[in-house]
Design a protein around this ligand. Structure first.
Ligand code: GCU
Length: 331
């Protein structure tokens, strides 16, 4: 008897082993590649992981997002081009670099544009921010959501306290004409270097300093070589989470509703990123102060000197852009 039913039993076991009931769920129909130049436990990459989990859960495993950190897929400018033609599906960019790839975004990256974080979020979470996300189509990408990246300040190998101290120093900036122009107007010499190459430039004293927010200053280890952080908060460069139009079409081809789902997941993970950012900003500042870096708060008349120095950047825009700047300032 057992000999007769044995082949049947074997077949049954084999089918169960193959996971017939779950096979559909286990095999995604689409795998999307997501690029970020920050390390794995950074607010932006943790938010990207959360995004991946949300997307996978809400598409019943049909869409999977694979995250590549540390600039593994290239520096921001290279990744931007790849997203434009669909070689990379998703990414997160600093508006500093993005404004170079697409001047559309320049206005939002101007120094001393916002009074503080609340002002920036009023702009980005309101009609202006939404218009910029929609406007990304003109740059052949799809803007999904806004991430926080705090305020950027200068840090150097030698002590600096005021504008005059910056004069003649070689300062690393993002690959961005806008950021180079700003540093020039502040009297220093800008050198454009991709983010993940700054550490060695700092170590070998190819540069005298750079500028970034607390979490980046800490995560990159730059604070060990450049111990002087001048809290001038010259720029708030928000970051955008984006998707390629090719990825959008592929998602829509599986199910039109999945496009809405993916957009919603992006918005939710951005709110999560903003929470993580606040925690990380405080933790990084503490870590840096404990390490013994010299943190100098810029005196108010010095802050005015910084503002005045970059004023010509505002005059270089067309009347429409001037109107937009005014609208942002009034928000
Ligand atoms: C921040 C930002 C990065 C950017 C970097 C830079 O760390 O999060 O996306 O590349 O600044 O200064 O290049």
């Amino acid at each position: 008897m057992i000999r007769r039913i044995w082949p049947l039993l074997c077949l049954l076991l084999l089918l169960c082993g193959c996971g017939w009931g779950t096979e559909d769920q286990d095999v995604p129909l689409l795998i999307l590649r997501y690029a970020d130049n920050q390390p794995e436990d950074y607010p932006t990459t943790r938010a990207a992981e959360y995004f991946a989990q949300l997307v996978e859960a809400r598409t019943q495993g049909k869409i999977r997002v694979r995250l590549y950190c540390n600039g593994e897929l290239g520096d921001e400018n290279q990744v931007f081009e790849q997203v434009q033609f669909g070689g990379i599906d998703l990414a997160r960019f600093s508006l500093g670099t993005m404004s170079d790839s697409s001047p559309l975004f320049e206005v939002l990256a101007l120094p001393f544009l916002y009074d503080d974080a609340e002002h920036m979020w009023r702009v980005l979470d309101g009609p202006i921010g939404e218009k910029f996300l929609m406007g990304t189509r003109q740059a052949d990408i799809i803007g999904l959501s806004w991430f926080d990246a705090g305020a950027r300040s200068f840090y150097t190998r030698e002590p600096i306290h005021c504008l005059e101290d910056l004069r003649g120093l070689t300062i690393r900036v993002q690959e961005s004409t806008l950021m180079s122009r700003m540093v020039e107007l502040l009297g220093a010499r800008p050198v454009e270097i991709p983010y993940n190459d700054v550490y060695s430039a700092m170590q070998t004293a190819k540069i005298d300093g750079a500028e970034n927010n607390w979490p980046s200053y800490a995560a990159t280890g730059h604070y060990q070589a450049a111990r002087y952080y001048l809290l001038d908060r010259h720029s708030r460069l928000p970051e955008m989470q984006v998707m390629s139009t090719v990825a959008l079409d592929k998602i829509a081809a599986i199910d039109e509703d999945y496009v809405t789902i993916v957009r919603q997941c992006a918005k939710e993970c951005a709110l999560y990123e903003r929470e993580l950012w606040k925690e990380q900003e405080a933790a990084s500042e503490e870590q840096i102060r404990e390490y013994g870096c010299v943190v100098t708060e810029l005196a108010s008349q010095e802050l005015e000197a910084f503002r005045r120095a970059v004023e010509p950047m505002y005059e270089e825009y067309s009347p429409e852009q001037q109107a937009l700047i005014q609208q942002i300032r009034d928000s």
